[in-house]
Design a protein around this ligand. Structure first.
Ligand SMILES: Cc1ncc(COP(=O)(O)O)c(C=O)c1O
Length: 363
């Protein structure tokens, strides 16, 4: 059916360049495409979570201030509850902060964000959907920050927000601390978001940067450590920032079952979550060695996935693996140096073995 006549004139022009998020459909024996955690929680932990979720009264809205959840998050991050903004996944937190921080700089037609490429696509998509410009600076050949390029982009674009994921998605690399600080020094009048979605798989975090740089906020999520179904993510930042973002946040954005399960998991399941992450890390290292043994180039990863260079065009390897029931993520459509790269989420041991067997047959 053609779109109704009235619609095009009402839509934001930027929507013409966006597509709805549609994960690959179909049945796959092994799905290693979405950076979720494999099912490693014990039966006891799963039963305890199921008991924790039920609201006392199904007829009432959630706690709009999310006090219990924000206290549990704050305790985990060494922060105060009023330094935490929680959302339906960190995706929602990104959307909230881009809605709030969208005032164009004097003389500029629109506000901008600066980020790197390749990186998590929601920074750009969420910015474009709100009419902000998105400037993407390519990572250097070792997938680390190109400081000179970023400093230039910050000077030219005068962004409101700079997004740096560390470990980065899809490359798995932690950004060097000295390079990150050089970017921070250049972007002192912007909000710099250090996205630590994958920090549970890395040796150290950057939360301490908040103490030195008041313009830094850190993003975290439960999605990568076995609780993606809850859709709970958060920002840790200055209380003045959180108070402003709170004006934009929908009052009941995180449902009761998610608030309760997340608070319970943070308080009571810390040991389980950490040991599941440690299992993923040891599987990641094994998978990396075995893939390298197949002659593939594997970038050092501090996340729950690997960034793998293929000899054949990545699109062909992706299709061949999918035909054999193993779904991974390919970035070949972007071309250039991504044309021979796959991102492979670390799964259960048997899923990783299946991937290795199929990869040996089609890489
Ligand atoms: C770097 C990064 N940040 C944030 C997210 C979004 O996480 P959430 O599930 O909390 O929205 C992802 C998800 O893939 C990610 O890779």
């Amino acid at each position: 059916m053609p779109p109704p006549d009235f619609l095009p004139a009402l839509l934001r022009p930027e929507l013409a360049e966006l597509h709805a998020y549609t994960p690959v459909a179909g049945q796959f024996a092994v799905r290693l495409d979405a950076n979720e955690s494999p099912p490693l929680l014990s039966a006891e932990a799963r039963a305890a979570l199921a008991r924790a979720v039920a609201p006392e009264d199904w007829g009432r809205y959630p706690d709009a201030r999310m006090l219990e959840l924000r206290e549990a998050i704050a305790a985990r991050c060494g922060a105060e509850p009023d330094e935490i903004l929680a959302g339906a996944g960190s995706d929602e937190v990104i959307a909230t902060l881009l809605t709030a921080l969208s005032r164009p700089r004097p003389g500029a037609p629109a506000a901008s964000v600066v980020t790197v490429t390749p990186t998590f696509v929601m920074y750009r998509l969420s910015a474009r959907a709100r009419g902000l410009r998105a400037v993407e600076v390519p990572l250097d050949p070792s997938w680390d920050l190109d400081v000179a390029g970023l400093v230039r982009a910050v000077e030219l674009a005068r962004p409101n927000v700079v997004f740096i994921a560390s470990p980065n998605n899809p490359t798995g690399a932690l950004m060097s601390r000295d390079r990150l600080e050089a970017v921070l020094a250049a972007a002192q009048d912007a909000l710099v978001i250090v996205d630590e979605a994958y920090i549970d798989f890395a040796p150290h975090d950057q939360l301490a940067l908040r103490r030195t740089y008041p313009n830094v906020a850190v993003l975290r999520t439960l999605s990568k450590i076995g609780l993606a179904s809850l859709r709970v993510g958060w920002l840790v930042g200055a209380r003045e920032l959180v108070a402003e973002l709170d004006k934009v946040r929908q009052p009941y954005n995180v449902p009761v079952p998610s608030q309760r399960a997340a608070a319970f998991a943070l308080r009571e399941l810390d040991g389980e979550l950490r040991s599941a992450a440690a299992t993923v890390v040891s599987e990641r290292e094994r998978l990396a060695r075995e893939l390298a043994g197949l002659g593939l180039e594997v970038a050092p990863s501090h996340a729950n996935f690997l960034w793998v260079g293929t000899r054949r065009p990545a699109g062909e390897v992706f299709e061949a693996l999918a035909a054999r029931g193993v779904l991974v993520r390919s970035f070949h459509a972007a071309g250039g140096r991504l044309a021979r790269r796959l991102r492979i989420t670390v799964g259960l041991r048997e899923e990783n073995d299946r991937l290795l067997a199929e990869m040996a047959a089609c890489a």
